[in-house]
Design a protein around this ligand. Sequence first.
Ligand code: NDP
Ligand code: GDR
Length: 370
Amino acid sequence: MPKRALITGITGQDGAYLAELLLDKGYEVHGIKRRASMFNTARIDHLYQDPHQRQRNLVLHHGDMTDSCSLTRIVQAVRPDEIYNLAAQSHVGVSFEEPEYTANTDALGTLRLLEAIRMLRLGNRTRLYQASTSELYGMVQETPQRETTPFYPRSPYAAAKLYAYWICVNYREAYGMYACNGILFNHESPRRGETFVTRKITRAMARIVLGLQDCLYLGNLSARRDWGHARDYVEMQWLMLQQEEPEDFVIATGMQYSVRDFIDAAARELGLLLCWEGEGLHETATVLLSTVHDRVRPGQVIVRVDPRYFRPTEVDTLLGDPSKAARRLGWAPRTTFAELVAEMVENDLKDARRDALMEESGYAVYACKE
Ligand code: NDP
Ligand code: GDR
């Protein structure tokens, strides 16, 4: 019998990479998608299997982390060997605007899953991976951050994820459940949501060089993050559940860059050299040299600051120490920062070229800007 996995958040960035990985490993994969007014499976459409086929190894179920009934029903029907709890309202900025919904989904949603496993007496069979986060460290108490570094959450998102972290530890200790926290630092990819800062940058800059957009507006340019590739990080999610004993692990690259560094790296990929001027709200990036794209002229301001993107409380700096994962799981990230930026830029340039072609052919293209 193939192993059976259930992925909450299968339609998200990590869910899509993890589904690919598990299918490659011969798993029967079940995923929870929520009802939306339009199709919301773009990231996994390439894995789609006709629900009318009898033999399928990818099955999607309607459910929601805010709805115990659906979660219990799905866990009961699937009886998974492994659950990967990736579903979340995962945007830190948005969590200040929707704090209650974020807590309901990210904190209580995790409790609902654990309770489903417990009530259905699946504790001996089902292993749970919880998508914990470097945001738990928030106002950092130690650098680099490791498994033992104290937490100090700085947003409703991080506070909700703190509850989820501890409820997993508690169910592990109280009921002997196999539940692990992966404390993952930021990880990105061409599948990253368009409103997270890396994707916002690569998408906007690709559109700028093709003349589809003039300027990119951002918040805190000095924030520093430890950015890895999502494809590398989902391997670690799987590896964690293959250990004899459940444990928590930090997953990171051990390298740190600022938002400004990310912009410069994306600019280089596009053949632009930028000049940074001004401070705070008045900081800008101007094109100094443009080697390949005639739509961008030297002197054009392509990055400005908009305070709308500042957060009431910010996480200024995060840098992970992945040495426990390296030692115990033999894990190391494969993709460098430069390779990550290059892959994201290439993907967004392809999309922007398609939009430019559509416009030239007389079709209106409406692209959302953050
Ligand atoms: P995404 O935002 O790309 O995906 C989130 C997924 O959760 C989507 O499938 C989304 O569905 C689903 N979802 C949201 N709310 C609900 C709900 N109420 N019920 C059911 N499903 C819901 O996140 P990532 O893939 O980037 O991250 C995966 C997990 O890892 C998240 O829990 C995130 O908080 C955590 N994490 C992410 C890091 C990162 O850098 N990417 C780092 C550390 C932790 P839909 O597609 O319909 O919106
Ligand atoms: P983060 O990612 O908050 O670290 O959470 P995000 O890309 O949103 O922000 C990173 C940093 O960039 C700054 N920033 C901006 N951010 C956004 N989104 N938009 C902007 O315009 C902008 N300008 C500057 C932010 O202030 C921040 O400092 C991500 C999510 O995936 C979480 O779910 C996950 O838990 C953590 O990573 C680890």
